[in-house]
Each structure stands twice: as structure tokens, then as C-alpha cells.
Ligand binder design. Structure first.
Ligand code: SAM
Length: 309
């Protein structure tokens, strides 16, 4: 069974301040690292866990069942969060956790086509029932759309040149595999770039993965609806791995926890408008040295949280 080491596990569980009898959402079940810890703490509560990857669900179910029966797993994108809760008849929850991005099994199983280090058919779908795959993005998106995806989601300064090289290569024959795509990306990188630390295809692969799995859309939706679904005192914790995501979370949390406009200083008690949420992490929580030593995939992870007043 493929493994995933949970990132910032104790820090995120502590931040959520989990209480028995309450309702919690884990929006990114993965291999149930965080979900297991939540379930252990709520023998009389309810855990609802989302994952859009069927494989994650198959492999996590037995693990959760060995802890308790008070959980439900939903095979949906968490951008449908509000809808799913309505279907379940739940109007508010006491904690929401999102540990964003891909799991180790998704990256490590070559056949999933996520990795630039393994040769496999281009795929990158977390939800294998969807039709949009990396192969579709690479072979059918226009030059402009490819350049936008690689620039916005990969933040690669060579985005336009990479997009152009992709379009040129696919005119001869479709780009079918991860290594074929790696070769196209390498063909536009200078010798200086190729000699740098870090794989030259990393940013483009990240960008295409985000596009295929609608990751930015899902995070934006979560930041819009998640805070509203919290009960009084309820908390939301988000773990990010990319500066792109962390910036979105930071901005949204700042907006929720501060009141716009300046005060005159002459307001009477009760007249002072207060933010409806408390910022639990003025600065993001980062992994400890020990965690980084034990799990290199924790590198660049950041945890932020808010609480509804
Ligand atoms: C980083 S892993 C989570 C690992 C998990 N916390 C653990 O410790 O085992 C992210 C998981 O969330 C899923 N995922 C990512 N974005 C999602 C989304 N928008 N909707 C549903 N599942 C998503 C992925 O399929 C993956 O299994």
C-alpha cells in the first residue's frame, strides 16, 4: 500500500482545537493521516472527509474504520463543499482542514503521470473519472492558454517560449508521455538554466497539474464558502505547499480578520465594528527541523488558521 507522511500533523490538529461531539471536515483525505487523528479525538462526533481521488478513498476507508464508525467519505471535489453539506442536512461545522496539493502516492505511482522523474503517459488527474487530463491540456489548449497556465500557475519566466515549443512539437505528433514533455521544456531552457539546482520541468508540471485538477478554482471557492460554514468558535486550518496558494490564503484570512476603514477614536462602545473572525496565525506555522529532516516533502509547507467569533 502506497504511503503518505502527513505534514504539520500535530500543529494542524492542535490549531483546530478538536472537541468530542462536534463535526469536522477533512477536505483532503489522502491516506487519512490527519483524518485518523481527528477521528481518534471525536468518538461521539462526526468526521466528513472529501477526496476526489477514488484510490485515496479505497486505501483510507479501512484505516478509519479501525478507529470508529462515525465518519463519512465523500468522493467529490471540495469546491462542492456547500452543496454536499446541504445534501447531508448539515448547516454548520466546528472545524475544517485542507492539506492542499497532491499526495505522495499520486506523485510516486508513475502510472498516474504526475512526475517529471518517471516516464509514463501524461495524465495528472486526481479524479480519474474526469475527461480533462494533462494530455488534453498539452495537446489541445491554444498557445495563449498554455502560456497563461504555465505563467500563472507555474510562475515560469520562460512560459511563452515553453508554450510555443509545445505547440510546435505537437504539430508533428501529439505529446503523449511525461518524458516527451520534459524534452520539449528542456529544449527552450538555456545551458545556465539547465545547470541550476531543481528540475527544469518542475514549474510547468506544477502548472499543468493545477489546471487539470482545477486547484486554484477549488481553493478560491473554499476561501469563499468555508468560513461561512463554521459554527461560532469553529476553526479552519489550511496547509499550503506553493507560494501561489499561500498568498491566496493569507489575503483571504486577512480580509476576514480585519475591519476595513480607519476608526475616529470617538466611537462609543458597541459602535466599533469588529471582524467576525480571529486570525490564529499572525505568521504561518512552518515545519520543525525534525519534520523537515524526516520528510523532505514537508519543505515549503505553511499552516494558517482562523476562528469564527
Ligand atoms: C496532500 S494530500 C492529503 C494528505 C492527507 N492529509 C494525509 O495526511 O494523508 C491531498 C489529497 O487531497 C486530494 N485533493 C486535492 N485537491 C482536492 C479537491 N479540490 N477536492 C477533493 N480532493 C482534493 C488529493 O487527491 C489528495 O489525495
Amino acid at each position: 500500500m502506497a504511503n503518505h507522511i502527513p505534514v504539520l500533523l500535530h500543529e494542524s490538529i492542535d490549531l483546530l482545537d478538536i472537541r468530542d461531539g462536534k463535526t469536522y471536515l477533512d477536505l483532503t483525505l489522502g491516506r487519512a493521516g490527519h483524518s485518523s487523528e481527528i477521528l481518534k479525538k471525536i468518538p461521539h462526533g462526526l468526521l466528513i472527509a472529501f477526496d476526489q481521488d477514488e484510490q485515496a478513498i479505497v486505501e483510507s476507508k479501512a484505516r478509519l474504520e479501525s478507529i470508529g464508525k462515525n465518519f463519512k467519505i465523500v468522493h467529490r471535489n471540495f469546491m462542492d463543499l456547500e452543496e454536499v453539506l446541504q445534501e447531508e442536512g448539515i448547516s454548520g461545522v466546528d472545524g475544517i482542514l485542507a492539506d492542499l496539493g497532491v499526495s505522495s502516492p499520486q506523485l510516486d505511482e508513475a502510472s498516474r503521470g504526475f512526475s517529471y522523474k518517471e516516464d509514463a503517459p501524461l495524465d495528472m488527474r486526481m479524479d480519474q473519472s474526469q475527461t480533462l487530463s494533462a494530455r488534453v491540456v498539452v495537446n489541445t489548449y491554444s498557445l495563449t492558454d498554455l502560456a497563461r497556465v504555465i505563467s500563472d500557475y507555474g510562475e515560469d519566466k520562460d512560459a511563452y517560449r515553453i508554450a510555443k515549443a509545445i505547440v510546435k512539437a505537437r504539430e508533428k505528433k501529439p505529446i503523449e508521455t511525461t518524458f516527451e514533455l520534459v524534452d520539449v521544456i528542456k529544449s527552450v531552457k538555456s545551458a545556465k538554466e539547465l545547470a541550476k539546482k531543481g528540475h527544469p520541468a518542475k514549474q510547468t508540471f506544477q502548472a499543468i497539474r493545477i489546471e487539470v485538477n482545477h486547484e486554484e478554482e477549488a481553493l478560491e471557492k473554499l476561501l469563499e464558502v468555508g468560513p461561512k460554514l463554521l459554527n461560532k468558535g469553529g476553526r479552519m486550518a489550511i496547509i499550503t505547499f506553493m507560494s501561489l496558494d499561500d498568498r491566496l490564503v493569507k489575503k483571504a484570512f486577512r480580509k476576514l480578520t480585519t475591519v476595513e476603514g480607519s476608526r475616529t477614536g470617538y466611537e462609543l462602545p458597541g459602535e466599533v465594528e469588529e471582524a467576525a473572525y480571529i486570525d490564529l496565525t499572525k505568521k504561518p506555522i512552518l515545519p520543525s527541523e525534525e519534520e523537515l529532516e524526516a520528510n523532505r516533502r514537508a519543505t515549503s509547507s505553511k499552516l494558517r488558521g482562523i476562528q469564527r467569533k
